[in-house]
Design a protein around this ligand. Sequence first.
Ligand SMILES: Cc1cc2nc3c(=O)[nH]c(=O)nc-3n(C[C@H](O)[C@H](O)[C@H](O)COP(=O)(O)OP(=O)(O)OC[C@H]3O[C@@H](n4cnc5c(N)ncnc54)[C@H](O)[C@@H]3O)c2cc1C
Length: 380
Amino acid sequence: MDFAPSKEQEMVRNAVRAFAEDVIGPSVAERDETEVYPSELVEQMADLDLFGLTTPLEYGGAGSDTVSYAIAIEELSRVDASVGVSLAVHNSVATYPILYHGDEEQKHKWLPQLSSGERIGAFCLSEAQAGSDAAGVETTGVKDGDEWIINGSKLWATNGGCAGMYIVIAVTDKSLKKGKGLSAFIVEREREGVSLGMKEKKLGIRSSDTYEIVYDEVRVPEENFLGAPGKGLAISLGTLDGGRIGIGAQAVGIAQAALEESVAYANEREQFGRPIGTLQPIQWKLADMATDVAASRLLVYQAANLKDKGVPFTKEAAIAKLFSSEAAIRVVHNGLQIHGGFGYTKDYPIERLYRDARVTTIYEGTSEVQRLVIARQIGL
Ligand SMILES: Cc1cc2nc3c(=O)[nH]c(=O)nc-3n(C[C@H](O)[C@H](O)[C@H](O)COP(=O)(O)OP(=O)(O)OC[C@H]3O[C@@H](n4cnc5c(N)ncnc54)[C@H](O)[C@@H]3O)c2cc1C
């Protein structure tokens, strides 16, 4: 591993860090409490190009590389993991399907709207019976003249409530083997028959907007059909490879915040007449936490760098996501322990970080699924 961020990539870090600390940070605890998506920040986030980070300039994006994207998601998540995941999902799994599988007309139509934040994007793959088993999707897309009719219910759509556009994976050919007859669609929020189902009440990342989305006889024109017929699963899995870099980066950001909070607390909190940070058991915990954060960061940047080089990165993205999410959980666990009883209350940010970290081993493929992906990649 010989990768270190460039000067330009570090400039992205500085800009996003300043924005996150100054603008997002002051209201993070309030949003965690109220579970409200920060729509009032959309314009400012758009000014910083946060909605089109890796989208090429010709489609209205910032044209940044994936390492810069990872750094941006890390810095946002260091301050607010809900904002971090919202932008990670928008930039990756909601944008990549159009960027990598759309035709020129679709790219010119949709990417500028996504990059400007005019439409926030969501990715609708999961269903009640199709979680890890993504091929088990039951939502249908049936051709009717030059339109498609979509019926089904999608669970867990991050950005579901604030989105103006959904990428929807549906069965378009039931005669084929499981997973072979899936296709992808672009569905506008305002289409008749699209409605919001229940909003999830979550343990963490509470101001990210997670909804069930119901599609009831939703008609979309042929021009909203994305990629080749029957490629819906391949589009989803390829998209998730890139998405995992974002979730890995989110985990790094949460863990970095927990480390900083814990070092500060260890230096400030006195017991037995001295700061607890002078005690070896506390120092060892903090050293382990710093090691976990550093290793996670390298793995995430490595996967991002491979993606930028245009070489296969499926294994590295799964490794980065697996390691950094499990490391983040170790880090927040140790961090809360260092805070003692105060860590168990809302008086310190470690309580929120502890809750926010938990989901990173679940979405965009659980840790078990990452291990399956890695096992396949190493020849099993
Ligand atoms: C907050 C949040 C946001 C989300 N956002 C989105 C989104 O924007 N779009 C979207 O499409 N989905 C989204 N998801 C869904 C998420 O991707 C799924 O929750 C995840 O893929 C796991 O599916 P499941 O919850 O149905 O669990 P299940 O698949 O039922 O798994 C339950 C347990 O069984 C294990 N398991 C399952 N199969 C295997 C196997 N073959 N081998 C070993 N272990 C296995 C799992 O690892 C897990 O531990 C989101 C989820 C959450 C919680």
